[in-house]
Design a protein around this ligand. Structure first.
Ligand code: HEC
Length: 128
């Protein structure tokens, strides 16, 4: 094999080998927003601002999603608010992770619904 040919193969193969993107959920933001509006908005408020109609009564209010100040590390990877953490919090509620029992488990939702919700929540994050 000529050096030049080897080089051109490496040029394609190396980036493929070393470029390992973080696992990105393929959630649908629009579907997530619709589900959020029927299921979550009463507490989490318009655009996830934390001021839902019933949240005024809460001692511990949900934090605005735009701040992305997520609290829970559900899979012990030293990172809070990863996609996996948000999926777990939505599925299992926050009480099991030592948080408020006012964030209920949504174990009845399909994983694809939860992925859509996470995509929507991510879309609310303000640009730094
Ligand atoms: C009955 C009120 C209520 C409803 C309904 C509700 N939540 Fe929550 N949620 C909360 C509260 C309160 C917190 C803060 C919990 C804490 O910090 O201990 C929270 C926290 C969260 C968090 C932040 C977790 C973190 O790591 O900080 C996410 C994400 C979340 N909720 C998603 C959802 C989604 C998605 C829905 C709809 C499927 C939903 N919630 C419905 C009350 C609610």
């Amino acid at each position: 094999m000529s050096g030049r040919r080897l080089l051109s193969i490496l040029r394609i193969a190396l980036p493929v080998l070393f470029f390992q993107p973080a696992i990105v959920l393929a959630g649908d933001v629009v579907a997530g927003a619709e589900l959020f509006a029927t299921t979550c908005i009463s507490c989490h408020g318009e655009g996830g601002n934390g001021n839902g109609a019933v949240a005024g009564e809460f001692v511990l209010k949900p934090r605005p999603f735009a701040q992305a100040a997520f609290k829970f590390d559900t899979d012990a990877d030293w990172e809070t608010g990863s996609d996996a953490d948000l999926m777990n919090v939505i599925k299992n509620g926050t009480a099991v992770y030592g948080g408020s029992d006012l964030m209920p488990p949504w174990s009845g939702l399909a994983d694809s619904d939860i992925e859509n919700l996470v995509a929507y929540i991510r879309s609310l994050e303000a640009d730094p």
